[in-house]
Design a protein around this ligand. Structure first.
Ligand SMILES: [Mg+2]
Length: 190
């Protein structure tokens, strides 16, 4: 692995298990049981509708639900390892600024906040797409669970993480697919 890679990490779905919280919210509030793999934005809107999706997102990114979100399996251990190996870690999130603060609280609660050199969102600051933020920070890698952010051609190495997914997904050119954090680590070694 190259030393000193600058690695961008999405927060929801890559570090905190937002998909599990969506599944839970839909079950509790709409009485529907949906697999975690159907909760990604576009597919989920197709199933529960845009207005319920918006209501859910507001609650999910709010303080209470953010703070009770579980960690994506192995995320914290792998992030510690990446940092120990000399890589520079940044969060690049689509959360609005206030909700990004809640994410920061969650990271502090899990004792991993100090691993990151910066926490950036696409609503305030250095860019309004993830690709722009990555370019400004001169990142080498972006790991995200939402393909839209990885189709923008930057950074050079882009990894879609769908933790625990049984699905095989055809990737666009330049995007690699990982089904758990161990696979992310393997791809970062290549
Ligand atoms: Mg995400």
């Amino acid at each position: 692995m190259h030393k000193d890679m600058k690695i961008g990490l999405d927060y929801d779905g890559v570090i905190a298990d937002a998909a599990e919280m969506k599944r839970l919210w839909i079950e509790e509030n709409l009485g529907r049981s949906l697999s975690k793999w159907k909760t990604h934005r576009d597919e989920c809107i197709g199933i529960i509708g845009e207005s319920d999706y918006k209501i859910m997102a507001t609650i999910l990114y709010g303080k209470d639900w953010t703070l009770k979100t579980p960690e994506v399996k192995d995320a914290a251990d792998c992030l510690r390892k990446l940092k120990q190996q000399g890589n520079l870690l940044y969060i690049v999130t689509g959360r609005p600024t206030r909700e990004t603060d809640f994410a920061q609280k969650w990271l502090a609660q899990k004792n991993i906040l100090e691993l990151f050199l910066g926490i950036h969102n696409i609503h305030q600051g250095i860019g309004d797409t993830k690709a722009q933020v990555c370019r400004e920070l001169e990142l080498d890698v972006l790991v995200d669970d939402y393909l839209v952010h990885l189709k923008q051609g930057f950074p050079k190495k882009r990894i879609l993480l769908r933790d625990g997914s049984p699905e095989t997904i055809k990737m666009p050119d330049g995007v690699e697919y990982a089904r758990n954090w161990q696979e992310v680590m393997e791809k970062l070694r290549q």
